[in-house]
Ligand binder design. Structure first.
Ligand code: 7PJ
Length: 282
């Protein structure tokens, strides 16, 4: 409980927060593994983190297991080798919230020990031992929805009603967490854009963010550079910055507590303009 208190007063959520993505995988879909520690010195990661913080990020999301469509799981040791040096380096230098993007119990425990203050799990604590490990850390957890697994999730995802189904599934996970002993205030929800969803499913979820907000839990949105934005604009990944900033600003304006992005400066500008010009218009 004390660690929950450490997180939320820092951030408040009175205004939407920007979470910068720091991938330390060799096969991240969006940046081609730009920050992979095996090829790139730790200093490069530190410099990138510093520039994200300068640009307005208040959370950094550190992930060592790629979840791109088609990606295969990595070993626990590989994941630890990728993320722990980065967490150590960033925790020693920066006072922002470090988030560990993992589904692996051992990584949750070790990252928490090294100073991570949020667990971001695209599998919503379904991996064996993850629920117990996350609970043991005392940290807040973002529960994300995914249909299927990264290997196969984009092979013809099907829903009767994506909004009802994603929300029901997430609320069932909330229930499991609460039965485990979690405080409701430790939990965040994320519809999981692009994780086993067609463009139509993603659009339906985005247009109905309100339904997720009605749970009273903070909502995280990650659409940065994703293929749904490629589907809308016809642009390849490296040309999706404007689309990403626009979508993040709309998510923030719609009530998202955290937007998870690659392009922090552009997102901040879009959010500020949207916030200023639309204040009181809804
Ligand atoms: C998300 C994520 C997301 C949360 C990734 C990518 C793919 N975590 N991790 N939400 N996406 N909570 O960076 O595009 O949407 S990995």
């Amino acid at each position: 409980m004390t660690r929950v208190a450490r997180l939320w007063p820092d951030l408040g959520f009175s205004t939407p927060q920007i979470m910068a993505v720091l991938n330390v995988t060799p096969d991240s879909f969006s940046d081609g593994g730009l920050l992979y520690g095996d090829h790139v010195p730790l200093q490069t990661v530190i410099d990138h983190a510093a520039s994200c913080i300068d640009a307005g990020a208040t959370l950094l999301d550190i992930g060592g297991e790629s979840t791109r469509p088609g990606a295969l799981p990595v070993s626990v040791d590989t994941e630890l080798e990728r993320v722990i040096p980065v967490i150590d380096a960033l925790a020693a230098r920066f006072d922002v919230v470090l988030s560990i993007d993992t589904s692996t119990p051992q990584v949750m425990l070790e990252a928490a020990r090294r100073g991570a203050r949020l667990i971001n799990d695209v599998r919503a604590l379904t991996r064996e031992g993850a629920l117990e490990a996350a609970y043991a850390t005392g940290l807040p957890v973002c529960l994300m929805h995914m249909q299927g697994s990264p290997e196969t999730m984009q092979n013809n995802p099907v829903y009767q009603d994506p909004v009802d189904e994603v929300l029901d599934w997430l609320m069932a996970r909330v229930e499991v967490c609460i039965n485990q002993g979690f405080d409701r205030q430790q939990l965040l929800l994320d519809p999981g854009f692009g994780f086993g969803k067609t463009l139509a499913h993603n659009v339906a979820l985005f247009r109905n963010l309100r339904r997720f907000l009605e749970t009273g839990l903070p909502v995280m949105v990650g659409v940065s550079r994703k293929s749904m934005l490629g589907d809308i604009t016809g642009r390849p990944i490296e040309q999706r910055v404007t689309a990403s900033a626009t979508a993040a600003a709309i998510a923030a304006q719609s009530g998202a507590a955290i937007v998870r992005v690659h392009d922090v400066a552009e997102t901040r500008d879009a959010m500020m303009v949207m916030q200023t010009l639309m204040q009181g218009t809804q």
